[in-house]
Design a protein around this ligand. Structure first.
Ligand code: PGA
Length: 232
């Protein structure tokens, strides 16, 4: 696997509308589309896939099936042709109180349906300042204790770097990715996320410890993404 680039659109669409998906897709060649995984809001997963991108869901239900209004199961994501699913993004940990047990249940659902989990970890600003990053990550990674040898991608996203314009520096990223790989095995794919854009992506992608990027804000801008894809 080469470097993996995932566009996390969050609760947004390019130019704010469904028509924006079409104009976004038009900026990429078929070969470039193959290099990009797009994580749109649920209703647009099949539409984005039809334009030629691989897709990721932004979340999944921890339940198999049944009366769970508003939830979407891994089985349904599989039917929609979804390849990856973000699990435990800091916005979900924060806004929906998602913790270890729930996240582990979600991972079980995804693995049962052949969807690759992209498990997000990252420290808050105060934890970063007090040099507790490894402790925080270590605790978060315990959610994966029962999944040794399963294909799970890790996204290291320092919370203080998400949507702030303050991306982590290469030295910090290198150290943290090294720590994660030491902990989970050298073959583990570790993506970096947090204020990545076309201006800083090359320096981050140049790090041997970085296996790809999870991009939020900049991923809504096709021109930025075309530039970043040219670097992988
Ligand atoms: P950002 O978001 O690139 O806007 O910082 C990254 C993410 O939340 O995945």
């Amino acid at each position: 696997m080469g470097k993996l680039i995932i566009a996390n659109w969050k609760m947004n669409l390019p130019v704010g509308s469904m028509a924006g998906i079409t104009s976004f897709a038009e900026k990429f060649s078929p070969a470039q589309k193959k290099l990009l995984v797009v994580a749109p809001p649920y209703p647009f997963l099949t539409h984005v896939r039809a334009t030629g991108f691989h897709t990721a869901a932004q979340d999944v239900s921890s339940n198999e099936k049944g009366a769970f209004t508003g939830d979407v199961s891994a089985e349904l994501l599989m039917q929609a042709g979804v390849n990856y699913c973000i699990v435990g993004h800091s916005e979900r940990r924060q806004n929906h109180n998602e913790g270890h047990e729930l996240l582990a249940q979600k991972i079980i659902q995804l693995l049962n349906h052949h969807i690759t989990p992209v498990f997000c970890v990252g420290e808050h600003a105060d934890e970063h300042a007090s040099k507790k990053t490894n402790d925080v990550l270590s605790a978060q990674l315990h959610a994966l204790d029962n999944f040794k040898d399963k294909e799970i991608i890790i996204a290291y996203e320092p919370v203080w770097a998400i949507g702030t314009g303050l991306n982590a520096g290469p030295d910090h990223i290198k150290t943290v990715h090294h720590y994660i790989k030491q902990r989970l095995g050298n073959d583990t794919h570790v993506l970096y996320g947090g204020s990545v854009n076309a201006g800083n992506a090359a320096a981050i992608l140049a790090l041997r410890e970085v296996d790809g990027l999870l991009i939020g804000g900049a991923s809504l801008k096709p021109d930025e993404m075309v530039k970043i894809l040219a670097m992988v």
